[in-house]
Design a protein around this ligand. Structure first.
Ligand code: NAD
Length: 356
């Protein structure tokens, strides 16, 4: 079933209000989730609502939280999100960190103890909208790791994403936004919900052998995701863990006790004003020059066009803005079940949904 993005956002908003988010927080989170769906990242779209609801119910994700700001040290800012909704906490933390921009032309942020920040590319887009280059690295704590280190049969760290972007006319161009696993865990959940297999290379079973069956991993965390690029992606994932967890925060996956349990993110961000190096226009000009240069390369046999990072998301958004966002029945069922836990009226929720 495809729904209009506007109606899905209103639907998600009502569910979040039911959780206890105030209107501002519900607006930010719903907008974030629908943008993830419309850019093609269903793994980080409204399908996250059941997990958020369970965390709120258990008191492990706090609605309308007030973050704690540590005193800045030079260009370094640390923000403790105190288990608040990560989508809002990350934006507040970035705004706070960017206060060092005028003096230093750079801001380095350690966001700690945050609820799930979801699609990390959102934060590159946010920084680019203010004319800044940015790099964000996120580790995941509070639950068992998901990704097998290269050569291991057991998971050792999580999907540890990285996002970076250049700013061109207020847009993130190009925008790289990747998990360091071959795919994000949510894509395994989505495949399992749809009853589909996953390509070989996404997962290993509990003996470390590649498998195409998403169900054991999605339902009972048996096996592990594979890091992309063998030992290279595995090593990169470990450094995301170290920069986000050991340096910018106080919590890596190896920190034995994490209370409360759930899905928490720490984010290490470096935000750079291009004007610290050259005029912003010159940096944007060289970026576009390189962008067009890569785009001009002849496509490989069987490939229509060389795409830059960020382009598949734009293509998906154009399609889904026009033709609606597909949401599978199982994901919808889980969201209604979660909403029901918070006594959100099902009929009123359904009335918000408009088929595309
Ligand atoms: P993915 O494998 O779809 O890769 C996405 C990136 O690759 C994008 O930058 C995209 O533009 C680029 N890309 C895709 N196809 C391309 C092509 N043909 N040519 C050029 N570039 C191409 O995504 P993923 O790694 O599964 O990550 C999905 C999302 O999950 C991301 O938004 C990430 O931030 C998020 N995530 C979040 C967490 C968390 O804990 N908050 C953890 C893991 C992942």
């Amino acid at each position: 079933m495809r729904y209009t993005g506007e109606s899905l956002e209103s639907f998600a908003n009502a569910v979040l209000r039911g959780f206890g988010c105030d209107q501002n927080e519900a607006d930010i989170v719903a907008n974030h989730l629908i943008l993830a769906n419309s850019t093609g990242h269903d793994s980080h779209g409204i399908g996250m609502l059941p997990m958020y609801g369970a965390q709120v119910r258990d008191g492990n994700l706090i609605c309308n939280q007030t973050p704690v700001f540590h005193d800045p040290v030079g260009a370094i800012t640390v923000v403790d999100a105190k288990c608040g909704f990560g989508h809002r906490m990350a934006l507040i933390a970035l705004d706070r960190a960017m206060q060092t921009m005028d003096e230093h032309r750079v801001a380095v942020l350690g966001l700690r103890n945050s609820g799930h920040v979801s699609r990390v590319g959102t934060y590159s887009e946010y920084c680019a909208s203010k004319g800044f280059v940015s790099i964000h690295m996120v580790n995941v704590v509070g639950h068992p790791p998901l990704v097998a280190p290269f050569g291991a049969r057991a998971a050792g760290f999580s999907t540890n994403p990285i996002s970076m972007a250049m700013p061109v006319d207020g847009q993130a161009k190009p925008l790289l936004d990747i998990a360091t696993s071959t795919v994000a865990f949510g894509k395994i959940r989505v495949a399992s919900n749809k009853g589909e297999k996953v390509p070989l290379g996404y997962l290993v079973d509990n003996e470390g052998v590649p498998t195409t069956d998403p169900d054991p991993m999605a339902n009972s965390r048996e096996g592990a995701l594979s890091a992309f690029g063998d030992y290279k992606g595995s090593g990169l994932g470990m450094f995301v863990e170290l920069l986000a967890g050991a340096l910018a925060s106080d919590d890596t996956v190896a920190t034995k006790e994490h209370i409360p349990e759930g899905v928490y993110n720490n984010m290490f961000s470096v935000i750079i004003d291009p004007a610290g190096f050259d005029s912003k226009d010159q940096v944007a000009k060289r970026t576009l020059e390189f962008y067009d240069y890569i785009k001009s390369k002849p496509a490989a046999k069987g490939v229509d066009e060389v795409l830059m990072p960020g382009e598949p998301e734009k293509i998906s958004k154009a399609d889904r803005d026009k033709n609606g966002i597909p949401v599978d029945d199982e994901t919808m069922r889980q969201i209604f079940e979660t909403a029901d836990m918070f006594n959100v009226d099902e009929q009123q929720l359904r009335e918000r949904l408009v088929n595309a």
